[in-house]
Design a binder for this molecule. Structure first.
Ligand code: NAD
Length: 334
């Protein structure tokens, strides 16, 4: 099966492409390389360009008329940057995705799997969210994800386009064969920072927020191995029509998480167990925009995709550490 992967040079898109390849499918990558590294496209079918470029999309489908579905990962993803540059984020993530979806519908390539985010959920008592939990995206970035869910739903009602939005929780780790992983120079995610402390790139780890109403006061998340995440996309494209038939709908939303809430302090403890040493750390107040967090009710993913996360948090940490050691050889920078 041939699958168009937008953002295929990125952290998650490249892992999905590797998972497709390992399972006998053919990814066709479309990426502008605005943030993703060219190294992740090596050896794969790759078109460098913008998702809103209609002529390029037409060329891709002329050269690969047998593309079965599109996994739309391309986006800008840095929350603080989205607060500073909302126009950029709404243009890149909303306007361009709208053009992409419209063009896909017009060109007759109607199956779309969309990378959405758990950051659109509101805080709920107990922190566990089903897909029906209330939404309250609290940054321009999160609002772009929320908007594109609405757009996909509306287009699926009015056009032949069909959509599955996958709400990712907190991806960690790297490709098991270490072909790709986190590529940003200064990771803003908690595990990326822990790895940087372990590698001596940061002096200490700062636990931001220790007064949340969680079991130990630190924020709670649902850390999902990026390989598990990638495998869920395989299931989504392989069973696309079947999934929507089961829901009797033209559009559906599925949480991708482990179903286990892990606090930041628990993550740090797990990291120290895997790494075998204590790391320098201190506690600090939450940063602006921080939230207590959420974890997934992952029942719908099991029911609709027959998928559940297989990897433990320790495996995700070990994978992130291994990639931290390897990434200079792949990317050319540490
Ligand atoms: N990483 C996370 O923690 C996380 C969590 C939830 C959801 N997501 C979603 O997953 C998707 C992938 O995230 P990621 O972590 O792999 O990010 P990433 O930055 O590594 O990958 C995004 C890719 O999209 C490309 N891109 C951006 N705008 C483009 C455009 N207009 N045209 C063509 N290519 C473009 C970039 O060059 C990059 O390779 C995003 O949609 C993101 O919102 C990520």
């Amino acid at each position: 099966m041939k699958v168009l992967v937008t953002g295929g040079a990125g952290y998650i898109g490249s892992t999905i492409a590797n998972a497709l390849l390992d399972h006998g499918h053919t990814p066709v990558l479309l990426d502008s390389l605005v943030t993703g590294p060219k190294a992740f496209t090596e050896g794969k079918i790759f078109y460098q360009g913008d998702i809103a470029d209609r002529a390029l999309l037409e060329r891709i489908f002329q050269e690969h008329p047998d593309i079965h579905s599109t996994i739309h990962c391309a986006a800008l993803i840095v929350v603080p940057e989205s607060v500073e540059k909302p126009y950029l984020y709404y243009r890149e993530n909303v306007c361009k995705s709208l053009e992409l979806f419209h063009n896909l519908a017009e060109l007759g390539y109607t199956r779309v799997v969309f990378s959405s985010s758990a950051s659109i959920y509101d805080a709920v008592p107990g922190f566990k969210v089903t897909e029906e939990a209330p939404l309250k995206p609290n940054s321009p970035y999160a609002r772009t994800k929320y908007m594109m869910e609405m757009v996909l739903q509306d287009l699926s009602r009015a056009t032949p386009l069909r959509g599955i939005a996958l709400r990712y929780f907190n991806p960690i780790g790297a490709d098991p064969k270490l072909r790709s992983g986190i590529h940003v120079r200064e990771p803003s995610h908690v595990l990326g920072k822990l790895v940087d402390v372990a590698l001596g790139k940061l002096p200490e780890f700062v636990i931001t927020g220790v007064d949340w109403p969680t079991r130990d006061g630190s924020g709670i998340r649902d850390y999902i191995h990026v390989w598990d995440l990638a495998l869920a996309h395989l299931k989504a494209v392989e069973q696309f029509d079947h999934v929507l038939a089961k829901t009797q709908s033209t559009y559906t939303v599925i949480n991708l998480g482990t179903g286990q809430g892990v606090t930041v302090k628990e993550l740090v403890a797990a990291f120290e167990r895997v790494w075998g040493r204590a790391i320098p750390k201190r506690e600090a107040p939450p940063r602006p925009g921080d939230v207590a967090g959420a974890y997934a009710n992952a029942e719908r993913a099991l029911e609709l995709l027959g998928w559940q996360a297989q990897h433990s948090i320790e495996e995700g940490i070990a994978s992130a550490l291994a990639w931290g050691e390897k990434r200079k050889a792949v990317l050319g920078y540490a």
